[in-house]
Write a protein that binds this ligand. Structure first.
Ligand SMILES: C[S@@+](CC[C@H](N)C(=O)[O-])C[C@H]1O[C@@H](n2cnc3c(N)ncnc32)[C@H](O)[C@@H]1O
Length: 269
């Protein structure tokens, strides 16, 4: 099994064939949310076409297929985890119930559901619901000896007590109101558009990796996308493995991580 390496392929197949059972300390999974292929019904739409918030082939399933797919990849994650391992899964209100249920059914213990407040979320286009401005991260553990770096997390919390002491990290991730990735951090193609529709903020990964792994340990991301997990794991001196089915995203992630290594070397020289 390789580390600091991106496997190109389907994560269910790759975890089954290339990841040693019981070898991974921490998994961060940002799976398809199954939000695509669902047109929004806009009142007074004059553009002629349906409006989609997101419309990617890899994110389009019927409900039963989606549940089946989720059970398969979660089972592989369960097998890959060490007895003391943690699994964090990004999700929204659309799929949090299903993923929490499947994780529990596999025998994982749900420790927290973190709420990430997206301070720059899109306004509600239909104006028929509250503005969606949050995503969740379910934190599951396997076995009894999971890692939670309490003091390090406390020191990351900008909130202080009346006496100026650090406060415990809450399950509401609001550190400097972590926005949807923008500015320099957002990978863009030549036409100026985002290279990937769902690149996650490095700050979110920093919190997760610091909370549930230690230096030198192995972090796996089965839905690697632009490689955010690899970038942050490198910065925090963890080993990492990424799996991504789309060649273009693999290329983007490799380039991003290579650039980081070059910057690191420059800083050292
Ligand atoms: C929500 S995105 C992850 C974004 C990533 N967290 C980032 O920061 O860039 C999900 C990714 O999973 C990939 N994917 C979808 N199905 C997959 C599968 N069966 N195996 C591996 N990757 C898959 C998609 O191509 C997409 O890049």
């Amino acid at each position: 099994m390789k580390s600091n390496y991106i496997y190109t392929g389907d994560c269910i197949e790759t975890m089954n064939t290339s990841i040693n059972p019981g070898s991974i300390d921490l998994i961060y999974a940002d799976p398809p949310y199954n939000l695509s292929g669902k047109p929004l019904n806009l009142i007074n739409n004059t553009t002629g076409g349906a409006f989609y918030k997101m419309n990617e082939d890899w994110d389009t399933w019927d409900y039963d297929e989606y549940i089946n797919f989720s059970e398969l990849w979660l089972t592989q994650c369960f097998n890959a985890l060490k007895e003391s391992g943690s699994l964090y899964i990004s999700c929204t209100y659309h799929n949090v119930g299903e993923l929490a249920f499947i994780g529990k059914k596999l025998g994982l213990s749900l420790k927290n559901i973190l709420t990430w407040h997206k301070s720059n979320s899109m306004p509600s286009i239909t104006k028929r619901v509250f503005t969606h401005s949050t995503e969740f991260v379910c934190w599951f553990t396997k076995g009894k000896n999971w890692t939670y770096n309490y003091n390090e997390l406390k020191s990351l919390n900008p909130e202080k007590t009346k006496d100026g002491e650090c406060k415990q990290m809450r399950d509401f991730i609001n550190i400097v109101e972590t926005p949807i990735v923008q500015g320099k951090e957002r990978l863009k193609s030549q036409n100026g558009r985002a290279s990937h529709p769902t690149q996650k903020p490095e700050k979110l990964l920093e919190i997760i990796i610091k909370a549930s792994s230690n230096k030198g340990e192995l972090v796996l991301d089965p839905f690697f996308g632009t490689g955010t997990t690899g970038v942050v794991a490198e910065q925090l001196n963890r080993r990492w493995i990424g799996i991504e089915v789309n060649q273009e995203y693999v290329h983007l992630a490799k380039k991003r991580i290579k650039e980081l290594s070059c910057q690191k070397q420059l800083q050292l020289s």
